[in-house]
Every structure is written in structure tokens, then in C-alpha cells.
Design a protein around this ligand. Structure first.
Ligand code: FES
Length: 212
């Protein structure tokens, strides 16, 4: 006979209540254990920190500065023609880049001379001592200073012959075009008196001056 049933097979209500109550009690204890956390291995949940990496996007604007340097130098300029210098002692005074200059035919091969006989030379007209305007003397092939009487030999590159300055007279670099007879100035070989940068301080000009 099954437990909790009478001889007729009916369930004893009291006994069933006891069984149900016991089951409930067991369930309650189990639940209490679970709720209380006793009697079972404790499980520790490790919560990994959430790391958020934010990419920082930056825009770099690069400013490029271009500097243009303007080269300032001498200019090539026609200063005379061979037809103006047909015989020794003839000369032309003219303007090269704002400076008064002499173009002289010496009649003898001369230092830095151009032309068919290498006897045409050019010089600054300003005395190397204090800048006074020089005068040409065909008899000696010298440029003379009327102020303090210095003399420069134009056949020898403007070498000082007598006088105060202890330097050569500034000479023009010339170029001769045999097809036209034109004579061009390309620049000076040293500073013109009174300038710290002859090319920079000069002005490009083909006018001015005159001839003698
Ligand atoms: S300025 Fe020419 S010698 Fe003095």
C-alpha cells in the first residue's frame, strides 16, 4: 500500500499535508541556501572595465612660404660704337647704370682693352680719393683729378700714378661686337667711389652722358 493512502486507496489528507509541507520546507531551505549563498561554491564575476579608445584625428595645415630673391646685378648696356673711337686719344663720356663713365681709345694694347686693337677701355669718371669728376689727358693716357691732382693710367687698368688714393680707379668690363662695332658695358670690376653696392645702387639707364 502506497504511503499516505488508506486501505481503500484514498489519499490521507493529513498525511498529504505533511508530505507537501515537508517538500515545501526542503524547497524553502534550499532556496534559503541559494539566496544566502551558503553551501555552494561562490562565483565571482569579474567585470572587465570597458576601455574606449578614441582616435584623435587632427588636421595639420602646413603653410609654405616661398621667398623669391630678386637678383640685382649689372646689366649689359651699349656704351659706344667703334665709329666714335677711330683714332687714339678719342673718348666718349656716357652714363652706365646711373654712373658717369669714360670709354677711351688709347692707341696701344691696354689692360682689359677690347676692339680690333685691344685698346678701347672704360672707367668710372669718379676719383677714387673723394669722388671728384676726372678729366682725360690724351697726351699721357691718364685720367686726371682737378681737385687734388691724382692721376690714373688707363692703359694699365687705372693704376694710380700720383696722388692721394692708394687704389686703382674702378674699371668697366667691356665687350666688343665685331659685327656691329658696338661696345657694351657688362659691369664694374670694383666699387664706384661712394657706393657700398655699385650694382644695387645704380640704375639701369642707357640715356644721359654725352660724348666728346
Ligand atoms: S678727389 Fe681726386 S685726388 Fe682728391
Amino acid at each position: 500500500m502506497a504511503e499516505g493512502k488508506d486501505k481503500k486507496g484514498n489519499v490521507d489528507p493529513n498525511r498529504r499535508a505533511v508530505i507537501i509541507g515537508g517538500a515545501a520546507a526542503v524547497a524553502g531551505i534550499a532556496a534559503g541556501i541559494v539566496i544566502g549563498g551558503y553551501g555552494f561554491p561562490r562565483t565571482t564575476k569579474v567585470v572587465q572595465p570597458q576601455v574606449t579608445v578614441e582616435k584623435e584625428i587632427s588636421t595639420v595645415t602646413k603653410t609654405v612660404t616661398t621667398t623669391t630673391v630678386k637678383q640685382i646685378g649689372y646689366v649689359k648696356q651699349k656704351v659706344a660704337n667703334i665709329s666714335q673711337l677711330s683714332s687714339p686719344g678719342q673718348y666718349v663720356t656716357t652714363n652706365y647704370m646711373g654712373y658717369l663713365v669714360y670709354i677711351i681709345k688709347t692707341g696701344v694694347p691696354s689692360e682689359n682693352g677690347v676692339g680690333p686693337d685691344n685698346d678701347i677701355v672704360g672707367f668710372s669718371a669718379y676719383c677714387a680719393h673723394m669722388g671728384y669728376i676726372l678729366e682725360f689727358d690724351p697726351a699721357t693716357n691718364c685720367l686726371l683729378c682737378p681737385e687734388h691732382f691724382s692721376q690714373y693710367d688707363v692703359t694699365r687698368g687705372g693704376m694710380q700714378v700720383v696722388g692721394h688714393p692708394n687704389q686703382y680707379l674702378t674699371q668697366l668690363i667691356l665687350e666688343y661686337d665685331s659685327s656691329t662695332g658696338d661696345i657694351y658695358a657688362l659691369g664694374f670690376n670694383r666699387l664706384v667711389y661712394g657706393t657700398y653696392n655699385t650694382a644695387l645702387q645704380g640704375m639701369s639707364s642707357s640715356s644721359g652722358g654725352g660724348s666728346s
